[in-house]
Every structure is written in structure tokens, then in C-alpha cells.
Design a protein around this ligand. Structure first.
Ligand code: RM4
Ligand code: MN
Length: 388
């Protein structure tokens, strides 16, 4: 097989799931900026995701966040997505924006609050039943701010019980994806702070419980590709929330801050054969476009993942294995760097042309007239969710 056809075949397997919330108004804790033309509801978010898919050919699904994307009829939303060439992806639960959740949700000391939180997770499973989504994605803001505030062991026990109840409720083809995050909003302990904790809970639940790795949710300098490899090894990597950061959970465009890290992650994915959709790793974006144009930013993000993946597919696996076996440190490193330093953009342009789409997705978007149309037609766009 030629190198180009290897890259092309690999890229054909890659699909990226878009977050509905990337299209709404968003900001920091200091200011939410209003953009012209942002969606006025979930139906329009699906349309924005659909144009990203149309110009990239690589983003056929959109993740929803409940309650931000609550609609009366989820079957209608799924049909609307299908009509526009899209599928509804992971259902993200939200147990962090209600007054009751000040001290947590599924690990809250009060059983009544825990019941309320679990009931919301059940509601999300009902949404999955209606939309055909297979993944329930859970991220919890639960934790404590002060030593002694609550029992660490007690919180873990409550968390385990709430997760078990939720897992039981899933249908046979539905999965639970548990996302970890080092800190924020809790500053002393977080109930699911790292991949080890997420893994322990998942392994106690059953094989359809998997870990989600959000690239912005680690301490600085954490070796993320190492975590990827470990989770793949035990078949517990359910997916990524891709984004990039310079400091904390910045939610910038994936591949913007550290394209080399993204390449290293994709190299582990390619090496493990995990681009194959059968391995169950979902490549999602979890980003917030506060100052830049949202749709082109999402298109750029998809392209960044494609570029990193193409470079990972370019790695000469035989040469790498040989150098590693021979203990030839410099050659092994050079094999990786050669791939990383290759300009894959012409190859990607060719792949797009071969697939019948424009070689330049951003230009295609600008030419499409979509941006002008939504600016004209949409008035009073909604916030992405938090503080908006
Ligand atoms: C969290 C986490 C979740 C995302 C929310 C909005 O930090 O990354 O994936 O849904 O933010
Ligand atoms: Mn995330």
C-alpha cells in the first residue's frame, strides 16, 4: 500500500463529533460576547454543525447538552439532523447549574439531592432512547473547597452508588462515558479528578463504562499520550473531548496551542488501531469560541485533527520498530519527527478533492454565503449555556 493510500484510508475512518455548545454565545466568567447569527435553538445548532460537515466531510455527528438543548420532541430533532446529513451523538448531562448543586450532585451529602441528580441522568437516557444516541457523557462539578468540608471516602461511595444506579438503567447498546477533570469548580478535592479515579469507577460498573479524556483537564506538563495508551490497553478509552490550552481548561481550538501534543496523541491512537470506529473511541470537540468566528473556528479545529492524524499515519512504523529494537534512540526519534514535520496540507487537499469536496474547507465556507445568511436571518441567538 502506498503511503498516500494508507493516509487516505486512515483519514476516511476518522470522524469528529461537534459540540452543540460551540455554536452558541459564550465567554469567560467576565463577559459573554454576542456574535451575530448564532443559533436560536438546537435545530439551528444542528444546521451549523451540518455546514461544518458539508465542507470538511469529516464531522457527521453533533453532541447535545441537556438542558441547554432541551426540545419538546427529540425524535423530531434527530429527524432534522438526519435530513441534513447529521447524527445526534453523545448526550452530555448537566448537574452543575442548579441551586441545589452547591455542594455537589451525585455525591452530595443529602440523598434527596443525589436522587434529583440521578433523575436528571435518567432523563438524559430517555433522550438517548428518543434520539438513538448511544453515549451518555458525564462530567461532574462535584468536589469540595476546604479540607474537612466532607468525607472524601463518603463522597466516593455516594458517587459509586449513583453511577451504578445510572449504569443499570442503560440499554444493552448504550454506554456511559465518564469524564475526569483535575479541578474547577472545586478547588480542594474533585470527585473525579483523574483517569485513575474514572477508570476505577468504570471498571466496577461494567464494560460499557468508559473514560473520556478532555485534553484541557490535566495538570500542566501531564503526558496525555501516556494516559491514552494506558486506557487503550485496558479497552477503557471511550473518547476525547479535544480542545487546547495554555493554562487551565482554556477550551481553545484543538491543535492551536500544541500541535505536537495532538500529533503524539494521534500517534498512539494510530499505533493501537484505534482509528477504527469498531474500537469505540469517539473523537469529540469540547471548545468555546469566545472572540473568534464560531463556525470557521470549528472547521479549523476539524482540519487540525485531520492534519495531526495524517502526520500520525505517515509515521514509518517499520522503521520506528527497527530503531526501537536496535536501541537507536536518535533514529527512532527522527522517524517520528520526520512525520511530524511533513507538510500534510497538500495531501489532505488531494484527499478532499478525491472525496468530492473543496480542497479548502474554510474558503468553501466563506464562499457558501452561509455566514451572511445566518447574520441576516437570525436575531437573538442563544447562549451556549453557562453564564450566557
Ligand atoms: C466541563 C467538561 C464538559 C463540558 C462542560 C461544559 O468542563 O469539559 O465536557 O460539557 O465543561
Ligand atoms: Mn469536556
Amino acid at each position: 500500500m502506498t503511503t498516500t493510500s494508507r493516509v487516505r484510508e486512515g483519514l476516511e475512518q476518522l470522524s469528529i463529533e461537534l459540540p452543540s455548545w460551540a455554536f452558541g454565545n459564550s465567554g469567560t466568567r467576565f463577559k459573554v460576547f454576542r456574535h451575530a447569527g448564532v443559533p436560536r435553538g438546537p435545530f439551528e445548532k444542528v444546521l451549523d454543525a451540518a455546514i461544518v460537515h458539508r465542507v470538511t466531510g469529516a464531522a457527521p455527528s453533533i453532541a447535545l447538552h441537556i438542558p441547554w438543548d432541551r426540545v419538546d420532541d427529540y425524535r423530531e430533532l434527530a429527524a432534522h439532523a438526519a435530513e441534513h446529513g447529521m447524527r445526534l451523538g453523545a448526550i452530555n448531562a448537566n448537574t452543575f447549574q442548579d441551586e441545589d448543586y452547591r455542594l455537589g450532585s451525585v455525591a452530595h451529602p443529602d440523598p434527596a439531592i443525589r436522587r434529583k441528580a440521578v433523575a436528571h441522568l435518567f432523563e438524559c437516557i430517555d433522550v438517548m432512547d428518543a434520539t438513538g444516541s448511544t453515549d451518555l457523557k458525564l462530567w461532574f462539578a462535584d468536589g469540595t473547597n476546604y479540607p474537612g468540608q466532607d468525607s472524601i471516602a463518603g463522597r466516593q461511595q455516594r458517587l459509586a452508588e449513583s453511577l451504578a444506579e445510572t449504569y443499570e438503567r442503560l440499554g444493552p447498546t448504550q454506554r456511559m462515558l465518564l469524564e475526569y477533570k483535575l479541578f474547577e469548580p472545586a478547588f480542594y478535592t474533585t470527585d473525579v479528578p483523574d483517569w485513575g479515579t474514572a477508570y476505577v469507577h468504570c471498571s466496577q460498573l461494567g464494560e460499557r463504562a468508559k473514560v473520556v479524556l478532555d485534553t484541557g483537564h490535566h495538570a500542566l506538563a501531564t503526558n496525555i499520550e501516556f494516559i491514552v495508551t494506558m486506557l487503550l490497553r485496558v479497552d477503557r478509552l471511550g473518547g476525547f473531548d479535544f480542545n487546547s490550552r495554555f493554562y487551565a481548561d482554556d477550551d481553545l481550538m484543538v491543535g492551536a496551542a500544541d500541535p505536537f501534543q495532538l500529533f503524539r496523541i494521534m500517534h498512539e491512537i494510530v499505533t493501537a488501531g484505534a482509528l477504527d470506529p469498531g474500537r469505540g473511541v469517539v473523537f469529540m470537540l469540547d471548545q468555546s469560541h469566545n472572540i473568534e468566528d464560531k463556525i470557521p473556528a470549528v472547521i479549523r479545529s476539524v482540519m487540525n485533527v485531520q492534519e495531526a492524524t495524517a502526520k500520525a499515519l505517515l509515521v514509518d512504523a517499520d522503521a520506528l520498530a527497527r530503531a526501537q529494537r536496535d536501541g537507536d534512540v536518535l533514529t527512532a526519534n527522527a522517524v517520528l519527527m520526520d512525520a511530524f514535520n511533513t507538510d500534510v496540507r497538500p495531501m489532505l487537499a488531494e484527499c478532499r478533492a478525491a472525496a468530492g469536496i473543496d480542497p479548502d474547507p474554510i474558503a468553501a465556507y466563506h464562499r457558501s454565503g452561509y455566514a451572511d445568511r445566518i447574520r441576516r436571518e437570525r436575531d437573538g441567538g442563544v447562549g451556549a449555556g453557562w453564564g450566557a
